[in-house]
Design a binder for this molecule. Sequence first.
Ligand SMILES: [Zn+2]
Length: 396
Amino acid sequence: MLIRNATLLHGRDLDLLPSADVRISGRLIEKIGKGIAPRRGERVIDCEGLLMMPGLVNSHTHIGDSIGKDVGIDSGVEEKIHPVSGFKQRILKTSHPSHLKQFIRNSCVSMVKRGITTFIDFREGGLAGVDLLKSAAAGIPIRPVIMGRINYYQDMELVRKNSPLPRERRAELGALVAHCSGIGISGPNEFSDSVLGYFARQKTLRAIHSAETIEGNNASKRMTKRSETKRALLSRPDLLVHMTHASMEDLLLASRKGATIAVCPRANGALAEGIPNVELMMRSGCNVTIGTDNVMVNSPDMFREMDYIWKATMGMNRERLPPKSILKMATVNASQVLGGKIGVIQKNCFADCIFVEKHSIDLEPMHNPHAAIVHRVSENAIRAVMFEGEFAHGKI
Ligand SMILES: [Zn+2]
């Protein structure tokens, strides 16, 4: 397939090419240039008037709670989504799997329509939880990166005693790791140093919540005399989720260890827990990505997320931030975690793209494409979404 005359956001720096041709072969991008001649019998699509950008990567979701939208909107984060005692767990336990599955499926479809082609999901409920998400997402043109977890959490006593992961749980974790993309660890406060170290030794992707709340951070210091992030890093995470209340020291440490941060600004705001300071994270040398977190508390819409974090950051710091750096957080920055072929339009990467209508009433005249995407594009302006070289939504 040959895409012609598209305005393209190209490569890892999202460079604007006013008129580019892109050859797609199977699931991958084969060639990018100008004036590429079509092969005999090749499908040619003229994209005059369209801006072609990478499909969005939603770096942190819990779409398993899609059935609980806005339940308990007045309660705090612990009461709502604590991995053991939160009432989210009660809703999930008492709901019929077929209902859970239907709403998970709806969230996947909703994400596709909003240009999300990959999402990294924290999946509770062990193997059964992983299977539920797999079957809910089956056949939908989106890439779920499933971070599973075992149903095992330690209390303060076990954490203090540095208790290891029990033998039967090790076997359970091994089976889980073989079955999904990685481990999604609820947080360092629920595990001893020994267990976090055990997670670190698994040959798979690792993500862990850290410094989402001031209380969590204080609890870690009370219990272990170390910050939540210092302990989270014992699990050698590829992805540190939140870091809203991480100190400069924590951020510098995360940067040195090469962990990417996934911020969830609207979810943190909705839970009245603060706003992550992405400017500070970038200054510390951290690679930052964006997620929408629990569907229960926030919609899985990355365009809204970008708009919110861009302006909140500039408002908080009273300093301008290029919109391109926000757009990178929703696309190319995630490729570092996902093996380099996702979230970027360049040769040999997956052909996951969004085609935005440049002349839509919301966008015209488009004087700054990066800014327009970050704070003006909505579903209205999306003509089509491509996933692995095939149209997943809309048509051209
Ligand atoms: Zn989360």
